[in-house]
Design a protein around this ligand. Structure first.
Ligand SMILES: [Zn+2]
Ligand SMILES: [Zn+2]
Ligand SMILES: [Zn+2]
Length: 289
């Protein structure tokens, strides 16, 4: 089975609406430099399609996925990590105004399920049979559809929970497993006391980890905003990780804010990170699990 990374940015995308600074200038002039919010496209062993997250840029994500061969559309299932904007603002595209889909299975947590039921535009889609919510239990692997050939395990990860709770998802195929963790508030809240990042990943038998790299450091945003949108910075994560040693899981950063220098291949930050042996995820990257 195959997993395609259909977007690499934080919820706002690149360019971000209203940003006239250098970080977004070039992407606005050259559309090939623009990037979409994080999402995964998974091709099951039986040819079924599955998405993680439902972004408003799903049209472009479909094109990207289709260019490398998608066999089923709309997907059989969608799984949502949490309710924040860029992770859910494309759900409506499955409805009558756009694709007119029916029976798309929507895997999510009970807290996200409550929000679906209490949000009029989403509950209407449930009533119309467009989406069928299925609630997972944390840490219990489930098959998104029978005979898709892989499982998903939802790992609770603390992250501003104004609307819903938040989970990282482990996608486990026959050969390898991949952790998708776009958002978290801090490593100290995510990890049990005394547990290191690598121990945590090894404990869950994760081979490849795509983790929150929203900000390189907090110089990118005003100090006023830091407490409102907490994320461990990439600098902080690299300090904890140190250099990669043989046998360590592959760790690669995703969910970049438009201000993050890791979006620019030529930056010193990219060079330094790669030198340490860790990765910077690219839109369109494919993982075979
Ligand atoms: Zn996000
Ligand atoms: Zn910008
Ligand atoms: Zn979020």
């Amino acid at each position: 089975m195959e997993v395609t990374l259909l977007g690499i940015t934080q919820d706002g995308g690149l360019p971000q609406v209203g940003c006239l600074k250098d970080c977004c200038k070039e992407a606005r002039l050259s559309p090939e430099l623009s990037k979409m919010p994080v999402s995964l496209g998974i091709q099951g062993a039986d040819g079924s399609s599955h998405m993680i997250e439902a972004s408003r840029m799903m049209a472009g994500q479909f094109d990207l996925w289709n260019s490398i061969g998608i066999r089923e559309w709309p997907p059989s299932s969608v799984s949502l990590t949490h309710a924040h904007l860029g992770h859910t603002d494309g759900l409506g595209l499955f409805g009558r105004e756009v694709m007119g889909s029916s029976g798309v299975i929507l895997h999510c947590s009970p807290s996200m399920g409550n929000l679906l039921n209490s949000t009029p535009s989403w509950s209407a889609m449930i009533d119309q049979g467009v989406i069928i919510p299925k609630l997972w239990s944390s840490m219990e692997p489930f098959e998104p559809t029978t005979s898709c050939g892989f499982t998903i395990t939802a790992v609770p990860v603390p992250h501003r929970s104004e609307l819903s709770d938040n989970h990282a998802l482990i996608i486990r195929g026959k050969k390898k497993s991949l952790l998708f963790m776009p958002d978290q508030d801090s490593w100290s809240e995510t990890l049990e006391e005394g547990l290191g990042i690598l121990d945590w990943l090894r404990g869950m038998s994760v081979d490849i980890a795509l983790i929150d790299g929203t900000f390189w450091n907090y110089d990118e945003i005003s100090s006023r905003d830091v407490s409102k949108i907490p994320h461990p910075t990439v600098v902080e994560t690299l300090e904890i990780l140190g250099n990669r040693r043989s046998g360590d899981p592959e760790i690669s950063f995703i969910h970049f804010n438009h201000t993050n220098p890791l979006l620019n291949d030529e930056s010193d930050e990219c060079r330094d990170l790669l030198k340490m042996g860790w990765g910077i995820s690219k839109q369109g990257e494919v993982y075979h699990l």
